[in-house]
Write a protein that binds this ligand. Structure first.
Ligand code: ADP
Ligand code: MG
Length: 692
């Protein structure tokens, strides 16, 4: 009896509870799930190759007659079987074999084998091929479709997966999955039907373009990827539609105070800052929560834009909170905001994990009774025990790793009498537009695509650590002219302690080598007050060379610093290096960045360093990072629960997004039920993550 598509896997022949458990590891629960487990590659057992036409490296099916079999001792026991077919010969080589196997290969016996052809000592050979002896008068078994190779999981053999998918395909033939893409859209996009695509990918005909399929670019794969992207997109849009029905304080007014504030700034806002500011202020007037993402390269001036948003909130009588990823950065914001807002009689409250109990109590009290209109802090801001009197705006700075769940959790946190707070997220990791469409479909995106005037590109060089003396001389020369420098210490994976020791060692080395300079040290294990003191001394020019761990990666702003040395650059990711480099090039002086590496440089590291040498544009860096590492790394999906895709690949398939968007709009408008079904098919219950 053929099982139903939505039966549990145990409905399939040969699947008991133990196997079902193993299959769960591949994300398989129901019969239909097997249809969406696509092969990684294919083997061609649809034709026999002549032994005279073999090519080394190819995996193929051959047949021949045993000419000779012998057991040889070359270090270890080898069973060598020479076969021939008139056009050529091939040696089969076995290291593990039984006596009965040895006895099988009598001269004259016919055998078919499948395996990889390699160049051996005496012509071509196959090591441990799959083989079968052919009885008199029988022809070798030739498949009529390419053989799929599925993603493996421990204890589930390919043969088993082929058998299970065969059963699922049989079930599908009887009861094809519902075609959810409207016919008109499929015709327009010349896409096969879902059932056609699935069947083709599981059992491709002999003439299928395997290279195209392995690259994931076959129309049948694109068909499935399209529907999957559509499902995720629709689901995020639903989430957004839900948010749009929620209320938020409509913040009207405050413009005169904002104008006065901008007037008094020591610089004029760039065109991009003005445009983005207007978009934000517009959002905040609406009675629904703002959900906006600001992308702006390092140094593009996001902080002041956030300050204006905070001012608007405060002027309209609600509280604003700004959250930074590190204490160092939060302290810097606190200092900036305090300077900017002091003239109008506002002092930000401070909340961070390391705070003393008394100070924390005081901060909590002022947040709760509303006497603190503005709070700056780390994620401590959104922990248990923090309650706002009337939170109207949440700004999250430098949040380049966050997923839907976190966004939602923050929104929920702020709910009060005034409704949901407005939410503004700022990131210096710009992602390409099509990827942003997919990952942040629930957010409005603004881009600050202009740097403040007078910024010069940072000149970047890569130098092996063997030339350290030269690098030290560069620091000496730069500081002698009144400039300041950062020295970023070797990165030690996942260890604060080792990071700290490495930083301490570099600090000692540099103080000894550069006795005439005032050298400071900042690392992650310092108490916040100490860090703060170090940073302040650097900012005020009391320290000329700041030795630091990667704690200074985000947000730190000291315009007079114009030289950055980064040790172990070969171990860091592109976006991280770009962030670090963004600490210089903020002032009028020409800035330089020296990427120090330990030779020899691997190919991937070489590419990364070359990208940084060649461009200062954060969008280009992000695009390259995406190509090199994939979206999971860039967006931090693993840590944050941004949903994983089963078939689509956000880098490879990003070009589908504009069409996905159009189709989503059409479905939402014309046949919303179809949208729900698509989400359900691809995301199951996860499709409702908006409601967590
Ligand atoms: P990021 O976008 O990396 O957070 P910041 O907000 O730290 O950038 O701004 C970088 C530097 O540029 C700061 O010193 C800031 O005061 C300055 N700045 C911001 N906007 C302008 C502007 N329009 N003109 C000149 N300097 C600006
Ligand atoms: Mg910043």
């Amino acid at each position: 009896m053929t099982p139903e598509p939505d039966s549990p896997l145990t409905a399939l022949a040969g699947v008991g509870p133990a196997l079902a458990k193993k299959l769960e590891r591949l994300g398989l629960y129901r019969v239909e799930d097997l249809l969406f487990l696509l092969p990684l590659r294919y083997e061609d057992r649809t034709r026999l190759l002549k032994l005279g036409a073999l090519v080394a490296g190819e995996r193929c099916l051959v047949t021949g007659e045993v000419l000779l079999a012998e057991t040889a001792y070359r270090g270890r026991r080898n069973l060598l079987v020479r076969i021939g077919d008139g056009s050529g010969q091939l040696t089969l080589r076995f290291f593990h074999f039984s006596r009965s196997q040895e006895a099988q290969f009598q001269p004259g016996v016919r055998v078919t084998c499948f395996g990889e052809v390699r160049k051996g000592r005496a012509g071509f050979e196959m090591i441990h091929p799959e083989y079968r002896l052919l009885r008199e008068g029988r022809d070798p078994a030739i498949n009529d479709s390419l053989t799929p190779i599925y993603p493996a999981t421990e204890g589930v053999q390919q043969g088993r997966l082929r058998n299970l998918t065969e059963q699922a395909l049989t079930a599908m033939r009887r009861r094809p999955p519902e075609e959810l893409l409207p016919e008109a859209i499929r015709r327009e996009l010349t896409m096969p039907s879902l059932a056609e695509a699935i069947l083709y990918l599981h059992r491709p005909p002999p003439d299928a373009d395997v290279a195209l399929m392995v690259a994931g670019r076959h129309p049948c794969q694109q068909r499935l990827a399209f529907e999957e992207l559509l499902a995720h997109y629709l689901s995020l849009k639903n989430l957004r539609a839900l948010a749009d029905t929620e209320s938020a304080p409509a913040l009207r007014g405050g413009q005169d105070r904002i104008d006065a504030f901008i007037e008094k700034l020591p610089f004029r806002l760039t065109g991009a800052q003005q445009r983005v500011t207007e978009e934000i202020l517009g959002d905040m007037q609406a009675p629904h929560p703002m959900m906006r993402l600001i992308q702006g390269d390092v140094g593009s001036g996001k902080t002041v834009v956030a300050a204006i948003a905070c001012l608007k909130a405060m002027a309209c009588g609600v509280q604003a909170a700004i959250m930074a990823p590190t204490e160092l950065l939060a302290e810097q914001h606190c200092r900036n905001f305090s300077e900017w807002f002091r003239p109008i009689g506002l002092e930000p409250a401070w909340l961070a994990g390391s705070q003393k109990a008394a100070a924390r109590r005081e901060a909590l009290a002022s947040i709760a009774d509303g006497s603190a209109p503005l709070v700056v802090g780390t994620h401590a801001l959104f922990q248990e025990g923090v309650s706002f009197q009337r939170l109207g705006l949440v700004v999250i700075d430098e949040q380049h790793r966050f997923g839907v769940h976190q966004r939602m959790a923050l929104r929920e946190k702020g709910i009060g009498e005034a409704g949901h707070p407005h939410q503004l997220v700022m990131t210096a990791t710009p992602i390409p537009r099509t990827l942003a469409m997919a990952a942040y479909a629930d957010l409005d995106v603004s881009i600050i695509d202009e740097l403040p005037p007078g910024r010069q590109a940072v000149t970047t060089v890569a130098i092996p650590e063997t030339r350290r003396d030269e690098i030290i001389e560069r620091v000496r020369a730069a500081c002698a002219t009144g400039q300041q420098a950062y020295w970023v210490c070797p990165l030690i994976e996942e260890s604060d302690v080792l990071d700290y020791e490495a930083a301490q060692a570099s600090y000692e080395m540099l103080t000894a080598a550069l006795p005439e300079l005032r050298v400071g040290l900042v690392h992650g294990r310092m108490r916040p007050a100490e860090k703060e003191r170090g940073m302040r001394a650097f900012k005020e020019g009391l320290i000329q060379l700041l030795v630091a761990t990667t704690v200074i990666e985000v947000g730190v702003d000291v315009p007079n610093a114009s030289l950055m040395i980064i040790e172990n650059a070969e171990r860091m990711g592109l976006s991280q290096l770009h962030q670090l480099r963004g600490r210089v090039g903020r002032g009028a002086a020409k800035s330089h960045c020296v990427l120090v590496y330990k030779p020899p440089l691997g190919a991937a590291a070489k590419t990364r360093l070359a990208v940084l040498r060649d461009t200062n544009d954060g969008f280009v860096v992000a695009q390259r990072d995406l190509e090199l590492r994939g979206p999971g790394e860039l967006l931090g999906t693993r840590q944050t629960g941004l949903p994983e895709y089963r078939i689509a690949n956000l880098v490879r398939d990003a070009e589908l997004m504009p069409r996905v968007q159009l189709v989503a709009e059409r479905i939402t408008r014309d046949t919303p039920k179809t949208g729900t079904a698509i989400i359900r098919r691809w995301l199951g219950d996860a499709g409702r993550y908006g409601k967590v």
